[in-house]
Design a protein around this ligand. Structure first.
Ligand SMILES: Nc1ncnc2c1ncn2[C@@H]1O[C@H](COP(=O)(O)OP(=O)(O)O)[C@@H](O)[C@H]1O
Ligand SMILES: [Mg+2]
Length: 321
C-alpha cells in the first residue's frame, strides 16, 4: 500500500450522529451528535470519566458503538475499518514506546508497520521539534519529548485526520507549550485535529470548536469565543492588593466577594454599572487597592457554570475561594 496524499475535499470529515456507548450498566457516552470540519482543531473538553476516550476510540474504529452512526471521511467506522485506519493518525492516551529505541528508529519502525514507503522521517522529526534528540533513546526523553515523538508517529502515514488523546496531561507548563507549538504546526499543514483535553487553556488557545462533555453528554459546543459570549451573563471584577476593609464593604453592598488569594478579591457582577457603584463606595470609605481588572468569564468558569463541576480536582475549591 502507498500512504495517501491529502485529497479529501468534503467540508466535514467526521459526522457523529446520536452516538451511545454502554459498558454493561454504565452509560459512558449518551446520545451525542457533532460534526468536525476539514482543517479545524476540534477539542473535546471534559473531566476524567466524561467519555472522551470512548468517543475518540469509536471514531478511530477501535471500539464499537452501542448505537448511533459515525462516519469518517465519508466511511462508516464500523464497516470500513481498514480504509479508515490508513487515513488517520492516532496518539493514544498515556502513549509509550520501546524503551531502548531511538527517536529516529522508532519513527522508521512505525512507518514500516504502517507499510508506508514515503514517510518523510526528517520532516516529522523537524515538525515535532526533535532534531537535536533524534539519536536519543525513548527512555531518556522527558514527558514532553515522548509526547512529541508520539505525535510524529501518528503522522507516519501522512493522515488527513489526527486524533490526540490528552497530549499534554501531566506535563509541566513549558513542555505543554512546546507540544502546543507542534499542534499549531499540524494545523498549519491543514491537518484536521481531534484533541481531547481537560485543560481549559489548551482548548481555548488551540481549538476552533470546543465540545464540552460531561458524564457522557455534550453540554455545549461552539468556538471558545462563542461559548464564552453565550454564557457570559456576568463580569468578574478583581481588586488587587486590597485594604482589609474592602471585603466587608463590598459584602455589605449585597455582592458576594470571594478571596482570589490573600491579597486579591473577585466579585461576580451582573451589570457593568456595578463596577462604578463599588468603586465609588470604596472611595467614600477611603478603602484602597492597587489595581483592578474587569473581564468576562473564561472557559473554565463557563464549564463550571454549565456542569456545576470542575474540570480537574481542586479547581472547584480554587474557584470558590
Ligand atoms: N473498556 C471499558 N470497560 C468498562 N468501562 C469503561 C471502559 N472504558 C471506559 N470505561 C468507563 O467509561 C467511562 C468513560 O471513560 P472514558 O471514555 O475513558 O472517559 P475519559 O476519556 O473522558 O476520561 C468511565 O466511567 C470509565 O471508567
Ligand atoms: Mg480518556
Amino acid at each position: 500500500m502507498t500512504c495517501p496524499a491529502m485529497t479529501e475535499d468534503a467540508e466535514h470529515v467526521i459526522h457523529v450522529e446520536r452516538l451511545t456507548k454502554r459498558y454493561g450498566n454504565l452509560l459512558a457516552v449518551n446520545d451525542i451528535s457533532f460534526t468536525v470540519r476539514k482543517g479545524e482543531v476540534f477539542a473535546f473538553l471534559g473531566p476524567n470519566g466524561a467519555g472522551k476516550t470512548t468517543t475518540v476510540e469509536i471514531i478511530e474504529t477501535i471500539r464499537a458503538p452501542t448505537s448511533g452512526t459515525v462516519s469518517l471521511l465519508g466511511m462508516d467506522v464500523t464497516k470500513q475499518k481498514r480504509n479508515i485506519v490508513r487515513r488517520i493518525g492516532v496518539l493514544p492516551q498515556g502513549f509509550t514506546s520501546f524503551d531502548r529505541i531511538t527517536v529516529r528508529e522508532t519513527i522508521h519502525y512505525y512507518s514500516r508497520l504502517f507499510n508506508c514507503r514515503n514517510t518523510d522521517v526528517d520532516g516529522l522529526i523537524e515538525l515535532a521539534n526533535l532534531t537535536d534528540r533524534s539519536k536519543e533513546q525513548f527512555n531518556n526523553l522527558s514527558g514532553g519529548l515522548k509526547q512529541r515523538l508520539g505525535i510524529a508517529i501518528a503522522l507516519v502515514n501522512n493522515p488527513e485526520v489526527v486524533f490526540l488523546d490528552e497530549p499534554t496531561t501531566g506535563l509541566d507548563p513549558r513542555a505543554r507549550r512546546e507540544v502546543w507549538d507542534v499542534l499549531l504546526g499540524l494545523k498549519k499543514k491543514g491537518k484536521t485535529v481531534f484533541l481531547t483535553t481537560h485543560y481549559m487553556d489548551e482548548a481555548e488557545l488551540l481549538a476552533d470548536t470546543v465540545a464540552i462533555i460531561s458524564k457522557g453528554s455534550i453540554v455545549a459546543m461552539g468556538s471558545p469565543m462563542a461559548l464564552i459570549e453565550s454564557n457570559a451573563d456576568y463580569l468578574v471584577l478583581t481588586l488587587q492588593s486590597v485594604h482589609e476593609i474592602v471585603f466587608g464593604i463590598v459584602q455589605q453592598m449585597g455582592f458576594e466577594p470571594a478571596h482570589a488569594n490573600h491579597k486579591n478579591i473577585t466579585v461576580r457582577l451582573e451589570h457593568q454599572d456595578d463596577v462604578r457603584t463599588i468603586l465609588n463606595a470604596l472611595k467614600d470609605a477611603g478603602a484602597s487597592f492597587l489595581s483592578l481588572d474587569v473581564r468576562k468569564p473564561n472557559l473554565e468558569e463557563v464549564f463550571l457554570k454549565l456542569t456545576g463541576a470542575a474540570l480537574r480536582e481542586g479547581l472547584a475549591e480554587e474557584a470558590a475561594q
